[in-house]
Ligand binder design. Structure first.
Ligand code: BG6
Length: 497
């Protein structure tokens, strides 16, 4: 099993750079509140917010309280717990490039007797280098009497070279063992369960290879559009926003070998090996094995929604993809010849994240009955969200005098089996960062390998620019070209409607 996330026993200072931003309000503080409800926060936790705005301790507490009221999944709120959490928050006002600010931060930490500390970079990536410099120059990256860690949000770099540069920069100040790179998908219970499912159950692993698996389909479909994030998104697209990180992590967990132990080093070693085995997609190969499109106006859940180019701050001539399909291969003994199809996009009809393992057809169609000639019946689906669970489709004889085989499902649902919805990803990740467990964070070589795969594709797209990016109507699964992408391999996308 994954290492237990226990309540940390030490006094910890949790410093949030960019405390006035959206991520802090929406995710970080509500997650800390949830942890406090579960009695998992250290008894002696001090939270210091660091940002430019003219806020005070009181004002910050009031703002973050509103965030918990709005975004906490559990209502009604426990006011006492919330007040207790807010009571341990302090604000340091400074721009990120002002050395004085870091000295004030140091003084505040001394005053509050903080030795063990986590710096959480909850800012736009453009501020990472400046903050890391500031921490380094004020000699705050180490502490003689305690530990120091830094948590860095995605995106980690914009391409391979910027990710390397950022890493070099980070490593000038911090040792890799101090660095916790967030990919929030790794904090999702169902994502963690991929490894438990594979390596705590004996019956699937013998089948988990090219001898029995025909193809794997990883789908991450969202109904949301880019909203107010176009400034960032238009320079990223699905490939940087989702593929380089979440999708490749899902692929790595699905395809990796069993680690020698459930330790941060061993798990990450295996993930890196799989990523290294992903066949590079370069030049025309990349064009053939990827497909991009952008949404135009359409209807989702009965509501009209804007097209991508009509969203605020999207340039009229944008060719940024909001939908991506890709066909990857993992060149290893286990996976040679098994395609991994990726489908990921915004403004699709349904919010679904799943990994579908399509098993091969039986060697001999013994029953000349209806339905055996088509798709092989066995599909194992790891449902990551929103209906967390696992289903296995099998063929069964339909009762009655006419011999027919019909697909039926064996179902496991988290909600039914455990009677609760899984905790938010950030709860687990924040707790692990406090406990010093980096298993669910990405390591430098892992991020770099993921960027190598991604940058090759981006390079090919740049070398062969599209004149007319295909479009799809918001609220649809795409169109003929999307189907054609997989049909030319003689396969179809899993029907998710
Ligand atoms: C983020 C992306 O990393 O993940 C967003 O930047 C995306 O564009 C989000 O919407 C999806 O996360 P989740 O947890 O809702 O699947």
């Amino acid at each position: 099993m994954f290492p237990q996330s226990e309540k940390p026993s030490e006094r910890i200072g949790f410093v949030i750079f960019g405390v006035t931003g959206d991520l802090t309000r929406r995710k970080l503080i509500p997650a800390l509140y949830q942890l406090s409800l579960a009695e998992q926060l250290p008894d002696e936790l001090v939270i210091i917010g660091f940002a430019r705005r003219d806020w005070s301790d009181e004002f910050m507490r009031a703002e973050l309280k509103k965030g918990v009221e709005e975004f906490s999944p559990v209502k009604p709120l426990d006011q006492d717990k919330l007040d207790e959490l807010l009571g341990c928050m302090y604000y340091v006002r400074s721009s990120f490039d002002d050395p004085e600010g870091y000295h004030r931060l140091a003084e505040k930490m001394d005053q509050l007797e903080i030795t063990n500390r986590i710096y959480y970079l909850s800012t736009p990536p453009s501020a990472y280098r400046t903050i890391i410099n500031g921490i380094g120059e004020a000699c705050l990256a180490e502490c003689a009497t305690g530990w120091v860690r830094v948590v860095i949000e995605k995106p980690f770099g914009h391409d391979l070279s910027s990710a390397r540069e950022l890493d070099n920069h980070v490593h000038q100040v911090f040792d890799e063992s101090q660095v916790y790179r967030i990919d929030h998908y790794l904090g999702k219970e169902t994502v963690q369960n991929i490894l438990v499912f594979r390596f705590a159950n004996g019956i699937f692993e013998p089948l988990w290879n090219r001898n029995y698996i025909d193809n794997v389909q990883i789908t991450v479909s969202e109904t949301v559009g880019v909203g107010s994030r176009a400034g960032y998104y238009d320079t990223a697209g699905v490939i940087r926003d989702m593929f380089q990180n979440h999708i490749l992590q899902l692929l790595a967990l699905t395809a990796m070998e069993a680690p020698v132990a459930f330790s941060a080093a061993a798990v990450r070693d295996e993930k890196v090996k799989v990523l290294q085995a992903v066949r590079p997609l370069q030049g025309e190969e990349a064009l053939r094995h990827t497909f991009r499109a952008q949404y135009v106006a359409g209807t989702i859940a009965g509501k009209r929604v804007l097209g991508y180019k009509d969203e605020p701050n999207v340039p009229d001539n944008s060719v940024t993809e909001t939908l991506l399909a890709a066909r990857l291969e993992v060149d290893s003994w286990r996976w040679a010849g098994v395609p991994f199809y990726i489908r990921c996009g915004k403004r699709l009809p349904k919010r679904v994240t799943e990994i579908a393992i399509q098993f091969k057809q039986v060697p001999l169609p013994l029953f000349g009955w209806q339905n055996m000639a088509g798709d092989a019946p066995n599909v194992l689906v790891l449902n990551i969200q929103p209906e967390e669970g696992i289903t296995l489709r099998i063929g069964a004889k339909k009762p009655g005098p006419i011999n027919t085989i019909e697909p039926v499902q064996l179902d496991f649902s988290y909600a039914e089996s455990f009677g609760a919805t899984p905790p938010e990803a950030y709860e687990r990740l924040l707790l692990d960062s406090m406990n010093g467990d980096a298993t669910l964070f990405t390591r430098a070589d892992e991020v770099e390998t993921a960027w190598t795969i991604t940058s090759d594709i981006i390079q090919a797209w740049q070398d062969f620019p599209v004149k007319n990016l295909p479009v799809y109507e918001a609220g649809t699964w795409g169109f003929a070209a999307m189907d054609e992408f997989i049909r030319r391999d003689g396969r179809t996308w899993r029907n998710l409607t």
